[in-house]
Design a protein around this ligand. Structure first.
Ligand SMILES: [Zn+2]
Length: 299
């Protein structure tokens, strides 16, 4: 008897339909055991692919990108799924200060002095010193906006202080800063497309490489955050982490660029250094501005 696909009606010539890909439907597929089996498979395959991908991410710099770019896409998680799952773990890790500055460092002038936790007990010189700090690149535009927001709140509640506002901001900014890590990816990909234009790669391919590299940076930040959280850390350990992290990142990035783009080793080191500078610039200018505005807006 000829059997047709339940999904699209094509005549079947094997276990899978050659037209739509659905598996041949059998009576067992209607049973609870099938449903439970699917549930178990979804959990364990996610689990094993996730850990396999994380292992490759940590031990084989650039390998995940090479596999993805050359079309072998079954072994590992998709770059975006891996990025989002690492991002989820990053949410549970202690916050990193570079990605989430305190309110007082994000605003400039008088407002920073008023937001100081000890504002009432600061000497006039200390206040003047804080107020002379201009804040971040975005502060000239965002500080007047924040001042208007505080004034609106004070119109309702005269007892509301700038410090109250800063506390509220800081309560919401940590999670938002972690959620917005992905903002680095499109900008880094654009920078890479320019630096490596001779590679004649699609923008999306640079995007994939950036997803993998940023996922690694998040794993690194999770590890550093946990290490610093341990009480055993002395000043010596903290200094070595502070120096070791960028060096480790540079070695990893060089190896990844060498592998993905078949560069000479000194070219790979050069691109890795450029990438780190690009990350720093993107982090301190556009990322910080967007993170600050959104955290104020959503608090
Ligand atoms: Zn079909």
């Amino acid at each position: 008897m000829r059997e047709t696909c339940r999904q699209c009606g094509t005549e079947l010539a094997g276990v899978y339909c050659h037209s739509c890909g659905q598996k041949r439907f059998s009576d067992a597929d209607r049973r609870l055991a099938h449903l439970l089996g699917q549930f178990f498979e979804a959990l364990t395959s996610l689990d094993s692919r996730f850990w396999r991908s994380v292992r490759a991410l940590l031990t084989q710099p650039g390998w995940l990108s090479v596999e993805h770019l050359s079309g072998r896409r079954q072994t590992f998680m998709s770059p975006i799924a891996l990025f989002l799952l690492v991002n989820l773990l990053f949410f549970l890790a202690p916050p990193m200060t570079d990605f989430d500055l305190p309110f007082i460092d994000q605003v400039g002038g008088e407002l920073a002095a008023m937001a100081h936790p000890n504002a009432a007990h600061l000497s006039a010189e200390a206040k003047a010193r804080i107020a002379s700090n201009s804040g971040q690149a975005h502060s000239p535009w965002t500080t007047p906006w924040v001042e208007r927001r505080i004034a609106a709140l004070q119109a309702h509640d005269p007892a509301f202080t700038v410090r109250d506002y800063a506390d509220r901001y800081e309560a919401s900014s940590t999670n938002i800063s972690k959620l917005l890590i992905i903002l680095h990816v499109p900008l880094l990909a654009a920078a890479m497309a320019m630096v490596l234009y001779r590679q004649r790669r699609y923008y999306a391919e640079h995007f994939v490489v950036s997803l993998h590299l940023m996922a690694f940076m998040m794993v690194l930040m999770i590890a550093v955050g946990l290490a610093l959280k341990l009480e055993i850390t002395t000043r010596y350990v903290q200094t070595s982490i502070g120096l070791g992290m960028p060096i480790l990142a540079c070695i990893y990035l060089s190896r990844a660029f060498w592998r993905i783009f078949a560069l000479r080793w000194w070219e790979a080191v050069f691109v890795a250094l450029l990438w780190m500078i690009g990350l720093l610039l993107i982090n301190t200018v556009p990322y910080r501005a967007i993170q600050f505005v959104l955290a104020n807006w959503l608090m």
